[in-house]
Design a protein around this ligand. Structure first.
Ligand SMILES: [Fe+2]
Ligand SMILES: [Fe+2]
Length: 284
């Protein structure tokens, strides 16, 4: 399969985030939610078609081998944030938030609610894994709802019909309820579709508490944290820790409408916060 020939459907990565935010708009009923396809414009739909087609177990293992050894060089959190910001160079600055602004809006909302410092910091770094896009990864391998590979797909994943084009649909072993996994083996043993969640979790795991690991690693795993799917692969520890994933999610989804962060004013606070948990440079 030649993924290189597929055009990048999203005008910018945020189109996917915006779709998810619309899907889970506050006050929406379960019935309204089920009409999510009405919220998806053709580019978002095409994005999911590609994502569901190409995210195979093989692909995920390949990307983990490629990125999770963290051999791409040392950079500070701020350097990576600045680098990520180059993603939206050409967007209209009046309507679109930069990547750093989304991160700061998320972390500021967490801070205003009086949460611990590590939680605020988790908000600040949660989307830095999107730099994968600048490493040449296609959009479908950076963003999108994540889901386990190597076992049957839940019908709680959006656009499940697109999985028919995934080569794993022809592998009987991957199409059973547990697939290659043991019942309740724990999510740490389960491979999720590759994207910015797993990457930022891997980069930051030595510096943040376990609750932050869960927030970072599973923040796009909507089938599980929003719809309760895949509990047969989770163990009791996962169940407990998913409280944190659910606590984090509203800040990611709903902080966008808030006022633009005043970088000059809040930068000293965040300089201290980053320095409290991270060394000057970390491996990416
Ligand atoms: Fe994200
Ligand atoms: Fe986000």
């Amino acid at each position: 399969m030649d993924t290189v020939l597929e055009p990048q459907p999203l005008k910018e990565l945020d189109e996917w985030d915006d779709f998810v935010a619309t899907r889970y708009k506050q006050g929406k009923s379960e019935e309204e939610f089920r009409n999510y396809k009405e919220d998806a414009n053709p580019t978002v739909t095409e994005f999911y078609r590609q994502n569901h087609k190409y995210q195979t177990l093989d692909f995920v293992l390949k990307k983990k081998a490629e990125y999770c050894g963290l051999t791409r060089g040392k950079k500070s959190i701020w350097e990576m944030a600045e680098y990520l910001n180059t993603l939206v160079d050409d967007s209209d600055p009046d309507t679109d938030l930069t990547q750093i602004e989304h991160l700061l809006q998320t972390s500021e909302a967490i801070r205003k609610d009086g949460h611990p410092r590590w939680f605020v910091l988790t908000g600040l770094v949660h989307d830095l894994g999107k730099v994968l896009c600048l490493c040449g990864e296609p959009q479908w391998a950076v963003v999108g709802d994540t889901f386990p590979v190597g076992c049957a797909w839940s019908d709680q994943i959006v656009f499940p019909e697109f999985f028919a084009n995934n080569p794993d649909s022809k592998v009987p072993e991957y199409q059973t309820k547990y697939g290659i996994y043991e019942p309740n083996c724990g999510l740490d043993k389960v491979h999720l579709s590759w994207g910015h969640d797993e990457y930022i979790y891997t980069v930051t795991r030595n510096y943040l508490p376990e609750s932050a690991h869960y927030m970072l690693r599973y923040h796009s795993f909507y089938a599980a944290h929003r719809h309760g799917a895949y509990r047969h692969l989770m163990n009791s520890h996962d169940e407990e820790m998913f409280e944190w994933v659910r606590k984090f999610n509203p800040y990611d989804l709903y902080s966008k409408g808030r006022e633009r962060p005043n970088m000059k004013e809040i930068k000293p606070y965040y300089d201290d916060l980053v320095a409290e948990f991270f060394p000057e440079k970390i491996d990416w």
